[in-house]
Write a protein that binds this ligand. Structure first.
Ligand SMILES: Nc1nc2c(ncn2[C@@H]2O[C@H](COP(=O)(O)OP(=O)(O)OP(=O)(O)O)[C@@H](O)[C@H]2O)c(=O)[nH]1
Ligand SMILES: [Mg+2]
Length: 225
C-alpha cells in the first residue's frame, strides 16, 4: 500500500523562490503522465516556441537511460548545456515525488551553470495515473495523457488527471484511428477537474503546442509579477 499518494494542495509553492544570492530562481514546471503520451514531444515543441523569448533549460528523467535528453539534443531544441538527464534507476515517481534530491540538484546546477533562467521544464519518466511531482521540486505541473491510451482515462481520474495545474489530452489527430471520443474525454476531464484547465492538443496539426505555450507564458507572468 502506498501511503504517499495523498494529494498536495495545488496552492502550495516550493520552499524557496529565491536562490542563495537573493535573486529570483527560475519557474519550474513538471511534465508527467503515462509512457509515450507525448511529454518529450511537448517539451521539444515548448522549447522551440519559447526559446527566443525566455531563458530556459530542461531536465529529463528516464529509468535506465538518457534517451529523452538524447532526443532533445539530437533535435537541437536548446544548446546542449541547457539539457540535463537524471537516471532514476527506479519507478520514475520516486525521483519526482519521494526523493527529489537528484532532480533538485540537476535544476540548481543548470541555474548555476547557464543561469539566470526564466524557466526549467522537468520531464518525469513515463508512469501511471498516480504519479505527481513534489511541490518542493516544481511550482506547477502538467499531466500529459493521449487519446490512444483510451478515451476512458479522464474518467478514471487519479491525482495527475484531477489535480495537475494543466491537463493535456495529446495526439487528437489519432482519435479517428483509435475510436476515441474527444468530446467525451473533454467532458470527463472537466468533471474530474472543475475549473482547472484542459488543453486538447495535436503536435502533428496546425496550432501544435501554441495553447500550452500561452499557458506557460501566463505562469511566467504570474511568477515574475
Ligand atoms: N500522432 C501524434 N504523435 C505524437 C504526438 N505527440 C507525440 N507523438 C509521438 O508519440 C510518440 C511518443 O512521444 P514522446 O514525446 O516520446 O512520449 P513521452 O511521453 O515522452 O514518452 P516516455 O518519456 O517514454 O514516457 C513519439 O513517436 C512522438 O512522435 C501527437 O500529437 N500526435
Ligand atoms: Mg519522454
Amino acid at each position: 500500500m502506498h501511503l504517499d499518494h495523498h494529494l498536495e494542495s495545488s496552492a502550495a509553492v516550493s520552499a524557496d523562490a529565491r536562490r542563495a544570492d537573493g535573486s529570483r530562481r527560475a519557474l519550474r514546471i513538471g511534465l508527467g503522465g503515462p509512457v509515450g503520451s507525448g511529454k518529450t514531444a511537448t517539451v521539444a515543441a515548448l522549447c522551440r516556441a519559447l526559446r527566443e523569448e525566455l531563458s530556459l533549460a530542461v531536465v529529463t528523467n528516464d529509468i535506465y537511460t538518457r534517451e529523452d535528453a538524447e532526443f532533445l539534443l539530437r533535435e537541437a531544441v536548446l544548446p546542449p548545456e541547457r539539457i540535463t538527464a537524471v537516471e532514476t534507476g527506479a519507478c520514475p515517481h520516486t525521483a519526482i515525488r519521494d526523493d527529489i534530491s537528484a532532480n533538485l540538484e540537476a535544476v540548481e546546477d543548470l541555474e548555476d551553470e547557464v543561469g539566470p533562467l526564466d524557466l526549467v521544464l522537468v520531464e518525469s519518466g513515463g508512469d501511471n495515473l498516480t504519479a505527481t511531482f513534489s511541490r518542493g521540486l516544481v511550482d506547477a505541473q502538467v499531466f500529459v495523457i493521449d487519446v490512444a491510451g483510451g478515451d476512458d482515462i479522464p474518467r478514471k481520474g487519479g491525482p495527475g488527471v484531477a489535480t495537475a495545474d494543466l491537463l493535456i489530452v495529446n495526439k487528437t489527430d489519432l482519435a479517428p484511428y483509435v475510436g476515441s471520443d474527444l468530446a467525451r474525454m473533454a467532458a470527463d476531464a472537466k468533471a474530474a477537474r472543475g475549473e482547472l484547465p484542459v488543453v486538447l492538443q495535436s503536435l502533428r496539426s496546425e496550432g501544435g503546442v501554441g495553447e500550452v505555450a500561452d499557458w506557460v507564458r501566463g505562469r511566467i507572468a504570474a511568477w515574475t509579477a
